[in-house]
Design a protein around this ligand. Structure first.
Ligand SMILES: Cc1cc2nc3c(=O)[nH]c(=O)nc-3n(C[C@H](O)[C@H](O)[C@H](O)COP(=O)(O)OP(=O)(O)OC[C@H]3O[C@@H](n4cnc5c(N)ncnc54)[C@H](O)[C@@H]3O)c2cc1C
Length: 410
């Protein structure tokens, strides 16, 4: 294989795989590095279901043939574009089928160093190989950005871990576990812990839990469909805008983009998870953790309750289901010179229409560019935009953009 390429893709999750498919179809010479679907295999709990609907969980390919639905049909798995949660293992297998079906070669190595060289880039593949590329696309998802807030971050890993640290929650059978958080990850982890024999408690600082509504009937009257359209990220006009118009989102004022990228589609549980949570184990809303310390091999949390009163909770372990925050300082595989050359927006790399950053030739796709293209970048659904847009830019081909297959999947 050549040690020079026009494009190097770093990351082989949905965004990297989708981009590879689009570059290949556009005839672009590229090399691809990363562990295919690693976040989904290593950082999500067994037994999890996707929150996104079937039709909104497609990895974009140029011909639109390698959809989740096509995969499920080919492998005899149940599928519905709407209303049937997608099991995690189905989605992992789908990603692998997408890669092999489209014959996308991925070097399963981590890139340890990217430096500027002769107007392009040099990539160090763990000291084993060096590759030069004129352009680099960073598609590394969220795995570098797990966020544990203070005071939990000061606890040792034996007592407190981020939710992404757990593949097998059955390991907590018979233990007392506190889950901190109010989003899908917190609520589903808690349900899985409970179902696997742990004594679980959820602490959420939100005053109450938010739950997504039941799927809307597709045959509802036209006026209702106009008022509350269904889109890749969910229902409602705002959500429809985020799902289908990332180019227009990019034109919004910077502060609005940063705020919307962070707060839109805030923490909420999927409707199908509700009866696995409510009445099953204690969920204490309005409770904020104020102190955390180890005590006799367990953990002791000081908590401010809704009435302002302080309470103390003890457990064998705390799981911080507290999300992800882009932090460029954690991308240590990018040289200091590259990182300091990045213009940022809301702490994330600012990118232009073709996802190119302020470092010429360096592109970012996926969750890291949500403050530019909007919340859709936090979801697989956003591959409909990123893959074609970056391929167009890197192949020098301009053309009309395909719309996401939102309606097609219904
Ligand atoms: C618990 C949980 C549930 C979720 N559920 C959904 C859902 O239902 N629907 C949805 O649309 N989204 C969901 N998401 C969001 C999901 O993470 C993103 O949509 C998606 O993973 C983004 O894809 P990606 O390709 O950007 O990154 P990832 O899937 O994270 O892939 C990152 C890739 O980068 C590679 N990589 C990282 N560092 C390097 C390096 N130095 N060198 C080489 N390769 C590297 C990894 O090996 C991996 O291949 C969920 C997230 C979590 C945490």
């Amino acid at each position: 294989m050549s040690d020079t390429a026009d494009v190097a893709i770093i990351g082989a999750g949905p965004y990297g795989l989708s981009l590879a498919a689009h570059l290949r179809a556009a005839g672009v010479d590229y090399r691809h590095f990363g562990m295919p679907m690693r976040l989904w295999q290593a950082a999500m709990p067994q037994g999890m279901f996707l929150k996104s609907q079937g039709f909104a969980s497609n990895i974009s390919d140029p011909a639109g043939t390698h959809t989740l639905e096509a995969f499920c049909r080919a492998t005899n798995r149940p599928y519905a574009s709407y209303g049937l949660p997608v099991p995690l293992d189905t989605f992992i297998s789908y990603g692998q089928w997408f890669q092999s079906g489209l014959d996308l070669a991925v070097d399963e190595v981590l890139v340890t160093d990217v430096t500027r060289r002769d107007g392009g880039f040099e990539l160090n593949l763990g000291g084993v190989e060096r590759v030069r590329a004129r352009n680099v696309v960073v598609a590394i998802g969220v795995e570098h950005f797990a966020y544990v807030p203070e005071p939990l971050s000061a606890l040792p890993a034996a007592l407190c871990t981020h939710s992404s640290a757990h593949k097998d929650l059955a390991a907590f059978h018979g233990q007392e576990v506190i889950v901190v958080g109010a989003g899908q990850s917190a609520l589903e982890s808690a349900a899985l812990l409970h179902e696997n024999g742990a004594a679980v408690k959820v602490l959420a600082r939100e005053r109450e839990l938010a739950w997504n509504g039941e799927p809307l009937p597709p045959d509802r009257p036209l006026l209702q469909r106009l008022r509350e359209p269904e889109a890749g990220l969910g229902s409602g006009l705002g959500t429809w805008f985020y799902s289908n118009h990332p180019d227009m989102f990019r034109k919004l004022p910077k502060n609005t983009r940063v705020y919307r990228a962070r707060t839109a589609l805030g923490p909420a549980g999927a409707c199908w998870l509700r009866n696995r949570v409510e009445g099953q184990f204690p969920v204490l809303t309005g409770h904020a953790v104020t102190s955390a310390e180890p005590q006799d091999g367990r953990v002791r949390l000081g908590v401010a309750g809704p009435d302002g009163a302080s309470r103390v909770f003890e457990a064998d372990h705390v799981i911080a289901a507290t999300g992800y925050r882009t932090d460029l300082a954690r991308l240590t595989f990018l040289s200091e010179a590259i990182r300091s050359g990045l213009r940022t927006v809301g702490g994330s790399p600012a990118v232009g229409r073709g996802y190119e950053s302020s470092v010429a030739g360096l592109h970012f796709v996926g969750p890291a560019v949500a403050p530019t293209f909007g919340p859709v970048m936090r979801f697989v659904f956003g591959t409909w935009h990123a893959g074609p847009a970056v391929a167009r830019r890197l192949s020098g081909v301009s053309g009309t953009r395909s719309q996401p297959a939102v309606a097609a999947g219904r």
